[in-house]
Ligand binder design. Structure first.
Ligand SMILES: Cc1cc2nc3c(=O)[nH]c(=O)nc-3n(C[C@H](O)[C@H](O)[C@H](O)COP(=O)(O)OP(=O)(O)OC[C@H]3O[C@@H](n4cnc5c(N)ncnc54)[C@H](O)[C@@H]3O)c2cc1C
Length: 250
């Protein structure tokens, strides 16, 4: 049985910016395509392609952040593959609706007899709790395997094997714990990513989704730092990490 102790976040898609030849911007400084796309969109509002203030892309986007002109950030969409998070964590994640798209592993179709389980950060490092939790996961996995077997017998009259398996798995999954690992593809524009990250990096957020949000922030910041320049990550009194933003946008 695989026990996962951290999320795995992979960037799988980024914006491509095709600058129109008839409206060239006087760019300053290095920037990713997504950052330039947002700057281009912002400059259309005032037709300031000549860059009269001589701002670099990072400075320009910093000013947009300060002004709270969030709609400019809706043009840049980034797609992350998130693995190694629990079903309860993904359930919290998918509550974020505006600007988000999701595709999540289906427990009706996928055989979960070899599923991995995600150990909650609160249990990590406490050997007694870890051992007890591991026993509980093993028992749940055993119950799932047994339930699938019995339900396959019960539905043996269903001729379509794929449909029969789906009928068995969709009922048997009810005994799987919240800790069961999911894989999910998450698309969101930068305005939406910022909103979700602000909420889920906060000290009030549940520890696992906060850990996931920190990983997402690391990946997105490595890709397009100017969008997240005001995010600050800091250590908390309980030994974990949290984050806050300089410019909150409602
Ligand atoms: C610490 C924490 C604890 C939580 N505890 C609970 C809990 O106990 N129970 C629970 O059910 N949920 C809980 N949640 C989830 C929370 O209620 C939200 O569903 C989640 O944070 C997504 O926020 P949102 O709706 O602002 O995001 P999004 O859906 O992404 O929306 C972003 C913004 O778009 C606007 N918007 C989106 N949809 C609409 C709409 N239909 N009408 C008008 N404006 C809209 C709003 O301004 C909104 O803030 C918790 C969240 C956090 C961070």
């Amino acid at each position: 049985m695989d026990i996962l102790k951290a999320p795995r976040v992979t960037l799988i898609a980024r914006p491509e910016f095709l600058e129109p030849a008839h409206l060239p911007v006087q760019w300053k400084g290095p920037a990713s395509a997504g950052e330039r796309l947002a700057e281009f969109a912002g400059r259309i509002c005032y037709m300031s392609q000549a860059n009269p203030a001589g701002r670099s892309t990072a400075e320009y986007l910093g000013n947009i952040l300060q002004q709270g002109h969030g709609s400019v950030f809706e043009h840049a969409v980034y797609v992350l593959l998130i693995e190694g998070i629990s079903r309860s964590c993904s359930h919290e994640l998918v509550r974020h609706r505006a600007g988000f798209g999701y595709s999540q592993l289906s427990q009706r179709y996928v055989d979960e007899s070899q599923a991995a389980f995600v150990m909650p950060p609160a249990i990590l490092g406490d050997l007694t709790l870890e051992a007890e939790w591991t026993r509980q996961m093993e028992a749940a996995q055993g119950a799932y395997v047994q339930a699938v077997g019995r339900l396959m017998e019960k539905y043996s009259w269903v001729e379509d094997r794929v449909h029969r398996r789906k009928m068995a798995r969709e009922a048997a999954r009810s005994v799987l714990p919240n800790a069961t690992e999911v894989k999910i593809v998450v698309s969101a524009n930068i305005r939406a990513w910022r909103t979700m990250l602000e909420l889920r990096l906060g000290e009030g957020a549940e520890l696992e989704i906060r850990r996931m949000a920190l990983s997402c922030l690391t990946v997105l910041k490595a890709e397009a730092a100017a969008f997240f320049a005001d995010f600050e990550v800091y250590p908390t009194v309980d030994g974990s990490e949290a984050g806050r933003v300089g410019f909150h946008k409602v």
